[in-house]
Design a protein around this ligand. Structure first.
Ligand SMILES: [Zn+2]
Length: 409
């Protein structure tokens, strides 16, 4: 048994503890509480004092696309969403170029205190990289196909990729990662495809991650069947003829297809009506917000405070380096606090527990609680009176627990 004492312990699911401690047995948390009572409870434990620091759960980046890590936002259009979408479609995708960049992005995450990830990928080459990393999480193999005629073939091909990954011995032996299929979004996937993937996710009790209500253009396509997304789909020859315009908001469209459930990660959710908001709440959906990406693309801002106020869990993601500067969730959290006006304590919950819950990882991660994995991180406080203020302002130094300087006592 080891005990880690710290000036502050921030369990997230329970109030902060000044002069707190965490007892760790093997790789699991045995107890958390005031330092005095924890050391009294386990008199034979080895005690490590982390000193003037905050001990907190490792972060959960609920939405990123590691396979796009070779993209830089500076090389892509800013403030013009449709121009960015077109640039992303035209961009060559070469795993040979992208893999080293993805590896660096993973290293950034690990170095900056992220312990779990919801990663969205169109190709399976990212699987072995994630597998070799210490990260936990879900790899969402993403399907795109607006023409319903292609749905069956896409699903067959994707199921084969999934089987291939599942058959890989290294992957099968790794309890940290799960691979599932997921649709990209309502402006790029047919109703048939979304419905099939949603049904599959429900049957497997698997998470489903889908981009939704990111842009006005997406709403226009679904409500009116017109606008720049229609032009794009026509140009690419994937608009079915005839096509029945849904005439519903993106959120209602997904709900009608059975894609909104407590295991759904609804990514972005910027353009929401009152009815959309209550629909998300009723269905128990987690919204994932990526504020730096949204601002970069000029798509608007998610009503995070309003969502939280309505009791809708909101998780935090960095999105990819095609629209955000890096995969550092502490930098995203600082932006959420300073630019979106979310209090650091609420932001920390979004960046830990809410993400873990959405990805189905709460047995192991997301808070400091008995029985969970000791995937904890340490942030030096340097005398700062309020640990939350440090957490919410992109701390310069972050350690994984095993690497944190500690005094053995
Ligand atoms: Zn995304």
């Amino acid at each position: 048994m080891r005990i880690y004492k710290s000036r502050f312990v921030l369990p997230v699911a329970s109030p902060p503890l000044e002069q707190g401690a965490v007892a760790v047995d093997g790789d699991r948390i045995a107890a958390v509480g005031p330092a005095d009572s924890i050391t009294e409870k386990y008199p034979d434990a080895q005690v490590f004092d982390l000193g003037d620091a905050a001990l907190l759960p490792g972060l959960v980046n609920a939405h990123t696309h590691l396979e796009l890590s070779d993209a830089s936002p500076d090389d892509l259009p800013a403030g013009d969403y449709m121009a960015w979408v077109r640039a992303m479609i035209e961009r060559p995708r070469e795993p040979e170029d992208a893999a080293p960049a993805a590896q660096r992005a993973i290293e950034t995450m690990v170095a900056r205190g992220t312990v779990a990830v919801g990663d969205v990928a169109n190709a399976s080459w990212i699987a072995p990289l994630l597998n070799r990393s210490p990260l936990h999480g879900v790899l969402f193999l993403e399907l795109i196909g607006f023409n319903p005629a292609s749905a069956e073939q896409l699903l067959d091909d994707a199921a084969r990729s999934l089987d291939e990954i599942d058959r890989d011995e290294d992957f099968a032996a790794n309890p940290r990662l799960r691979v599932v299929l997921t649709p990209h979004g309502p402006q790029s996937c047919s109703a048939a495809l979304i419905k099939a993937l949603a049904g599959r996710a429900v049957a497997a009790a698997a998470p489903l991650s889908i981009h939704v209500a990111e842009s006005d253009e997406e709403t226009k396509l679904l409500m009116e069947g017109s606008g720049p997304f229609r032009d794009l789909l026509e140009e690419r020859g994937v608009l079915p003829d005839p096509w029945a315009v849904p005439k519903h908001s993106p959120v209602e469209h997904l709900d009608r297809l059975g894609a909104l459930s407590p295991r759904t990660l609804a990514v972005h959710c910027i353009h929401l009506s009152k009815q959309d908001l209550s629909r998300l709440q009723t269905r128990g959906v987690t919204v994932v917000t990526c504020p730096r990406s949204n601002d970069r693309l000029g798509v608007g801002r998610a009503p995070v405070a309003q969502l939280l106020g309505a009791g809708i869990p909101v998780a935090l993601g960095t999105d990819s380096t095609a629209s955000a500067p890096d995969t550092d969730l502490f930098a995203e959290l600082a932006y959420l606090c300073s630019e979106i006006g979310i209090a650091p304590a609420a932001g920390l919950r979004m960046a830990t527990l809410n993400g873990a819950r959405a990805l189905g990882l709460t047995d192991d991660l997301g808070s400091i609680a008995e029985g969970k994995l000791a995937e904890l991180i340490v942030v030096p406080l340097d005398g700062a009176p309020d640990p939350m203020a440090v957490i919410g302002s992109n701390p310069e130094t972050v350690y994984r627990l095993a690497d944190a300087p500690a005094e053995a006592t």
